[in-house]
Ligand binder design. Sequence first.
Ligand SMILES: Cc1ncc(COP(=O)(O)O)c(C=O)c1O
Length: 391
Amino acid sequence: MRRGHDRRLTAPHWLVEGTFLLMEPRMTGPALKPWIADIHAYVPGTSEGVDGKPLVKLSSNENPHGASLAVHAALAEARNPALYPDPDATALRRAIGAAHGIDPARIVCGAGSGELLHCAVQAFAGPGEEVLFSRYSFSLYPLLAKKVGAVPVLAADDDYAASVDALLAAVTPGTRVVLLDNPNNPVGSFLPASEVARLHAGLPEDVLLVVDQAYAEYLGAGEDDGGLALAAAHANVLVTRTFSKAYGMAGERVGWATGAPALIDALNRLRGAFNVTASGQAAALAALGDAGFVARSATENAVARAGFEAAIAALGNHGLRAIPSRANFVLVLFEGALTAEAALRSLEAGGYAVRHLPGQGLGHALRITVGTREDMAEVVRILAAATVAAA
Ligand SMILES: Cc1ncc(COP(=O)(O)O)c(C=O)c1O
C-alpha cells in the first residue's frame, strides 16, 4: 500500500508488512557550494565525558575565576528584551577607545572576536586566494579561509611557535590575509613587538595582517606585541581583541577590532546588523570598569601556570614536555610511554575535559586550560599516576 508522498523526497515511504521500510530519503535540495561542502562546523572544547558525565572544563580557555561582580550586576539589571540593542555599540566603543587610547571611530564590535575574524577574511580573500598562518594556530583559521573559497596556507613552525621567516617565505602573489594569533593558540607562544614589526615590514602593502590578541591580557604588565601601534599607523593591520578570556565573558560573545577607517568600514558592512546583544554591551562596559578583576585573573593565571609547567617539567623523564606558555593554557607534549590519548582518558576518568587536537597534527599533545590552583594540582596528580601506569 502506498503511503503519502512527500514531494521533497525523491523516494516515497512504503509500508511493508505493517512497518515502514526505512529508506534513506534522497533530498534534492539546493546544491551546496563545493568549498562549503569541504568544511566542517567548528569543533568546540567538550565539557562532558563520553558517558555524558559533567567534567571540569579545561578545554576552551575560559576564565576559571568567572567574571567580575560588576559584570554580574550589569547582567542582573533589567533591560527590555523587546528592544534591539544599539547597532553600533556606541557606549562600548567609546569605553574601549578610552581604555586603549583609540578613536572609537576606528573600533568595531563583534559577536566575539570570531565574527570579526570571519569578516576580515571575507572582506579581503576570495575563491582561490590564499590565507596564511602559522602551522599551529587557532583551529578556526582554516575554516575562515575555506568558508570564502580561499586556500589556507600553513607556514612552517619553529618548535611549534610561529616563525616570521617561515611566514614571510610562504607569502605568494596570491596571499591576501595573514592571521597571527599572539599569544598563539594552541601553543601559547608569543612573538615580541620586534618580530611582529618585522613580519609587517616584510609583507606587501596590499596584504592584510590580522593580529589576533585574544590572550593579550595574560601578558605581563606593559608587555605588548605592538599590534595596536601598527594598526594605528598602517592601512593593512587589523587587531582583534575579546572579552571571552581574561574578562570571563565567553558566554556573552563580545569582541572588538581596530584598524584604519577603510578596514573598519569593510567590517561594518559585513558584520551582523545587531551583532552584540544589549546584555553583552552592558556587561562589557561593566567589565572595562573593573580593571582590577582582569589584573587579578592574569596574576592568578601566571602563578597557576608556572606551578603547572614546573610540575610537567618534573615529569620530563617520562617524556612529558610543556611548551612555555604566555596565555591561559599550556600545550603538553607526550613523547614517552604515556600517549596523549591515554592521558586524555585518564584525565576524563578523573573528571577533567582538556583539548586533544589530532586534526591539527597535534595527536601527541594536549592543550590544557589553566584552571584554579587546586584543579591544576589534581591534573598533575592524574598525569603523574598515568605515567606510572604507562611505564
Ligand atoms: C586565538 C583566538 N582568537 C579568537 C578566539 C575567539 O574568541 P571569541 O570569538 O570568543 O572572541 C579564540 C577563542 O578561543 C582564540 O583562541
